[in-house]
Design a protein around this ligand. Structure first.
Ligand code: 13P
Ligand code: SF4
Length: 335
């Protein structure tokens, strides 16, 4: 396939389907393209290790959004999933935002389609709508405040106690927040396909085999997992906890990609991926893992696929993100 054909097929395939010379040093090529095009490469912790190793910044959703907002680069290359790249575009519209594979979606974002969500919201007209950043721009535009796993508690606490709250789309994070803050919330019935399949039974057995291991869990996990966790937090918070903690062994209940940084930052500690409810020993996000070094190189080379947004939708989706950023700054969560 040549570039013209590949460009024609980009929406159907999600990426530029071109062959790459196997002898090409993709790491060196990506570094070269970054300099040549004044591009910044932002990556989420769930990306494959090779992508994390060439990234300029690796972070959780909050950190990535802040980096995307403040960058002076001309191009933001987002190695993550669609809602993350879309958030970067919403916050920094004059920059070209690239995503290596447009089909890198999110099961949680997919669990809240705009039509049914609008109807749900209309049933609770006096409620403040707090949406987790893992949602589409349409859902953001229907929300009052966005939150991430790194700032969710502070966002909920910023809402006056007499104001009822709708929380969407993650029912597990919503239930966790409701328990932590004591606030009653109407929850949208969404969940993440990766975090809801951790096996309580297998984790319990692992804990018996490794009695000193601490269980670190992402708040998208189901309640029984969170109930036995030693620490619950965003990917960045889990990483920081493991670094600061005096222990040596950890069972990690989130997507496996994070183990790369955990192991790199703590070479003497042992990290065990929490097993899911299937025959695998670890738990990969199939959406995050759609991005590869090859697709990353091609998207930087040809500056496609690009995130393009309707301007009115962008402006409507930006308001609740701006609110989130203000609250996060006031709470000292971001600089
Ligand atoms: P973090 O913001 O904690 O990195 O989470 C993002 C995500 O998609 C978790 O599944
Ligand atoms: Fe979405 Fe879950 Fe993948 Fe995170 S791990 S991007 S919430 S499907």
């Amino acid at each position: 396939m040549n570039i013209l054909e590949a460009e024609k097929n980009i929406n159907e395939k999600g990426f530029l389907d071109l062959e790459i010379d196997v002898k090409l040093d993709l790491f060196a090529e990506i570094e070269r393209l970054k300099k040549e095009k004044n591009a910044i490469l932002l990556a989420h912790y769930y990306q494959e290790p090779d992508i994390q190793d060439v990234a300029d910044y690796i972070g959780d959703s909050l950190g990535l959004a802040q980096k995307a907002q403040e960058t002076n680069a001309d191009i933001i290359v987002f190695a993550g999933v669609h809602f993350m790249a879309e958030t970067a575009k919403i916050l920094n519209p004059t920059k070209k935002v690239l995503l290596p594979d447009l089909k890198a979606g999110c099961s949680l974002a997919d669990s809240a389609p705009a039509g049914p969500f609008r109807a749900f919201k209309e049933k609770h007209p006096d409620h403040i709508v707090v949406s987790y950043i893992n949602c589409t721009a349409e859902i953001k535009a229907l929300s009052d405040i966005i939150c991430t796993s790194g700032n969710a508690e502070k966002i909920i606490e910023s809402i006056p106690a007499d104001k009822p709250i709708i929380f969407a789309p993650d029912k597990n994070l919503g239930a966790y927040l409701s328990k932590k803050t004591g606030r009653d919330m109407v929850l949208w019935n969404g969940a993440c396909m990766v975090h809801e399949i951790f096996s309580l039974e297998k984790i319990t057995k692992l804990k018996i085999r490794h009695p000193k291991a601490k269980l670190l869990a992402h708040p998208e996990c189901e309640e029984p997992i969170l109930a036995i966790a030693d620490f619950v937090g965003s990917t960045t918070q889990i990483l920081k906890f493991a670094q600061a903690d005096s222990g040596n062994e950890y069972i990690v209940a989130t997507e496996t990609g994070i183990l790369h940084q955990m192991q790199r930052n703590n070479p003497t500690k042992t990290f065990i991926p929490a097993p899911p409810n299937n025959s695998c020993a670890c738990n990969d996000c199939p959406h995050m893992k759609l991005n590869t070094l090859e697709k990353l190189y091609l998207c930087m080379m040809y500056e496609k696929p690009e995130i393009i947004m309707d301007e009115q939708l962008r402006l409507n989706a930006k308001k609740p993100i701006d609110r989130m950023m203000e609250i996060s700054k006031a709470a000292g969560l971001i600089g």
